[in-house]
Design a protein around this ligand. Structure first.
Ligand code: HEM
Length: 418
């Protein structure tokens, strides 16, 4: 596969426009053409390596070979991540900050998250019963904004819920856009950072009292590896690293609505199969449907791997969606089949919807358990607690849109609580 000790190269100029056009399929299209899980391309005016599959993922998550500081393209930093957050740290600074996130997921905290999700869905469902129709994606964003603000200890007035839900979602909805769309994402981040920064200052000045067990309190008083308090903006960025991606779960929950509509046999399995079948269904949603196309790092130092030379400083993309759909990793990857999780051996490198590798030291998503908890509760609601109709609508989605979503965002009518 890797002949002449060279990484196969695309014979083309800068591919940034193609990346925007091809979206989730960009790396897979070239991987197939070049018959290689590693190839060289040109993106954003520079050389870039593209990696796919579990073997390449294992390499990508070797921290002695790749680093993250200063890697995220500016437009992504300005919308999705924010500046100074855990995503762009390396080594000791990263481990220390990541430990703060990982300390949040106690059994009690996750169980409270589950209860809050159930509670806010129950309240919303009562309202949905009185509406002629709802758009699942829009409603779930609002429910999850309520859930995550309560869970983190961020005060939220009733009259600001919709506005905050919009701000939080624009940060991930617009991250892949260019032009005006991207500008909206930028504005949303800036407004959200102002909102949270004010709260952080008020907590630090004792003008606002919050429960010491809440993440917002812990983040406000967290000290870095040198014993210093984080600056207010960085605390705001990290709190938004809890709020924004939780609301982003609305994307997969909307796809869950599509899956429930498209795969009635699998739904029957969940109805009759208890919590294990529910888990498999949710895992297959995370594998099958798109969300994060790829993640990025940079070669730390020159190194050689399987005869290929990796040059220091080169931008490197790991194909997350493509690895979850890779035919060498998954049998019939384009078939929605939750039962595959009964027999497929899952490793930190073959199933990587939220990144791979380790949680504590690597950059794997800090919110995977939260996501599973929320997606499980959502699928349970859709399958076991609600009756509803899905009228004629455009449920198709386009793999060139990042993030992709069913076009109608899943319209539901005649909603009844069972
Ligand atoms: C829709 C659900 C989610 C998806 C698709 C997702 C996806 C991802 C991906 C792809 C990464 C980067 C992995 C890498 O670069 O190696 C990541 C990192 C991260 N995610 Fe998530 N995520 C989700 C939900 C969450 C939630 C609910 C939280 C927290 C409440 C969260 C917090 C984080 C944090 C803090 C990082 C940075 C970790 C680090 O750099 O060490 N995510 N996520």
């Amino acid at each position: 596969m890797y002949q002449n000790n060279e990484i196969p190269k695309e014979k083309a100029f800068d591919q940034s426009i193609q990346l925007i056009k091809e979206g989730y399929s960009f790396i897979a299209n070239r991987r197939q053409e070049l018959n290689s899980n590693i190839f060289e391309s040109r993106l954003l005016g520079q050389k870039a390596y593209c990696l796919a599959g579990s073997e390449a993922a294992r390499l990508f998550y070797d921290e002695s070979k790749f680093k993250r500081a200063g890697v995220a393209p500016l437009p992504i930093e300005k919308t999705l991540f924010g500046e100074g957050g855990v995503q762009g740290l390396d080594d000791e600074a990263h481990k220390h900050r990541k430990a703060l996130f990982m300390s949040l997921w106690t059994e009690d905290a996750l169980s409270e998250l589950r209860q809050l999700t159930q509670h806010h869905y129950a309240k919303a469902s009562e309202k949905w019963q009185e509406s002629k129709s709802i758009i699942l994606y829009d409603e779930v964003k609002i429910v999850l904004t309520r859930v995550i603000c309560e869970w983190t200890g961020v005060p939220l007035e009733e009259d600001e819920v919709e506005d905050r839900a919009e701000q939080l979602s624009e940060m991930y909805e617009k991250a892949g856009y260019v032009g005006l769309g991207h500008f909206k994402g930028w504005v949303a981040r800036s407004r959200a950072e102002d909102w949270i920064s004010e709260l952080v200052e008020a907590i630090r000045n004792s003008e606002l009292q919050v429960d010491e067990q809440r993440p917002i309190y812990k983040f406000c008083w967290h000290r870095d590896e040198n014993g210093e308090l984080l600056d207010v903006e960085t605390v705001a960025v990290e709190i938004l690293n809890l709020l924004r991606p939780t609301v982003a779960n609305a994307v997969w929950i909307t796809f869950a609505g599509l899956a429930v509509h498209d795969y009635p046999q699998e739904v029957e399995e969940v109805r009759n199969g208890g919590s294990q079948k529910l888990l498999y269904f949710c895992q297959e949603i995370r594998r099958f449907y798109p969300f994060f196309p790829f993640t990025v790092a940079q070669v730390r130092h020159h190194f050689e791997w399987n005869g290929c030379i990796f040059e220091e400083g080169t931008l490197t993309l790991l194909d997350l969606y493509g690895t979850n759909h890779h035919p060498d990793e998954w049998e019939d990857p384009e078939v929605f089949n939750p039962a595959r999780f009964e027999k497929t051996e899952i490793t930190p490198f073959n199933f990587i919807p939220q990144g791979g590798g380790g949680y504590e030291s690597g950059h794997r998503c800090a919110g995977e358990w939260m996501t599973l908890t929320i997606v499980e509760e959502s699928v349970d609601l859709l399958i076991n607690q609600l009756d509803y109709k899905i009228p004629d609508q455009d449920l198709s989605y386009d793999l060139s849109d990042i993030p992709a979503l069913p076009r109608s965002k899943v319209k539901m009518t005649d909603i009844r609580l069972r």
